[in-house]
Design a protein around this ligand. Sequence first.
Ligand code: NDP
Length: 479
Amino acid sequence: MTVQNYINGEYKDPISNQWIDNYCPANGQVYGKIPNSSKTDVENAYKAAKAAFTSWSQTTLNERSKILIKIAELLEANIQHFAQAESQDNGKPISLAKSIDIPRAASNFRFFGNAITQFASESHESTGLNAINYTLRQPIGVVACISPWNLPLYLFTWKIAPAIASGNCVVAKPSEITPVTAFLLGKICNDAGLPKGVLNIVHGLGNTTGQAIIEHPYIKAISFTGGTETGTHIAAVAAPMFKKLSLELGGKNPNIIFADCDYNDMLETTVRSSFANQGQICLCGSRIFVEATIYEKFKTDFIAKVKDLKVGHPSNANTQIGALVSKNHLEKVMHYIEIAKNENGKILYGGNKVTIKNYEDGYYLEPTIIEVKTNDCRINQEEIFGPIVTIMPFKTEQEVLQMANKVKYGLSATIWTNNLKRAMHISNQIQAGIVWINTWMLRDLRTPFGGIKASGIGREGGFEALRFFTETKNICIKY
Ligand code: NDP
């Protein structure tokens, strides 16, 4: 399959005619090519976006809302096609692409199509001064949306939908590793009647195509999801140009399990929060801390459940763990297994590559559980972003809180307990932007989403996203 750029409502080859191979993680084979876009392609995308801005920013909220909801409907009508494409491109089980990724991409458009009709600004009467202030939230202009490979269309649209709902025009880049569903989105946008130039999608490498986007002097806001290192670089490039930034970065999230939790519910959910999407979700609870009194029981039961997970070709309906996204990523994740061994980590289960008959070159890895002695080891401090979790026991609330917070990241945390006082105390004290109590990844799109510390700045979701994608202007009238 040949992926093309989507600029000004049309599919286009890159100007330089340079291409990058696209690999299928399930079998390790090249199955397509994608544009290796240059600065000129990015400039063309910017020009199309700029030309579309005046008209789009003046389009009524009702009309914008109708188009976004139409995009959602068309995604839903094409769910099978999109889910297959996502599964093939990323290696994730087809069941997951069908039940989570594509439905959520559609929800992103529907949610922000509705949210924009409810988004209101404030007015303040300055009593005694005969004045009234009112606040406008105006679209910024041309904005950038840059997304990673783990939840390709899901995260791409999580940015694009609020950006265009609030009247901006967009230059967007998906990860070069998973470009296909973003490519397919262009046609859906045309079919839904999105005016040309409102959304422009350029494909290519982060350090060339992505770099051209972030250093563009007239792209005034960047919404980025990806690794902390890339986020740091983007912040440094953007700061002297005073660009608005939303950075959703890495995580190393604690999953804290107390003996008084609903055990079966916790066990089922912990399997999911450890290994869903091959552990390649920024919210996965990759550091599991278990109260000492139930530690041995948990260990036995957790290992038994994880042994039952079916590693297989992503297109098999009963596959639960598919392929990792790329050869490089597989090697990086496996390197952490070596690091763990050198740090006296004990592999309780997994740790090996899996060979699937007829797909021997695919990037498969067993779900892996490692028992660690201390929270200070590298595998408890560095983001692995694969099917690896660590487990260790704790004795007191204070001890586990201290370990949970002793990490550079602060994205999410999960706490399992039926003790309300304890749940309140820990959730108040824990350093994370998102805390789940007795659940994991239960999402309501109205809620603020994002992290603290090295997990980023800014919040996405609900009106937070619409605030990010608008400039606030206060107007004061004396009467
Ligand atoms: P990267 O940071 O490598 O890449 C993210 C995106 O940025 C890709 O589109 C990439 O392009 C692009 N990019 C890379 N370099 C530049 C640059 N110099 N200028 C502009 N764009 C650039 O992350 P991954 O794709 O590897 O994704 C995994 C990471 O994402 C993990 O750390 C994970 O925690 C994080 N993540 C965070 C989430 C959150 O909400 N906090 C959610 C999901 C993931 P290319 O791929 O072509 O190099």
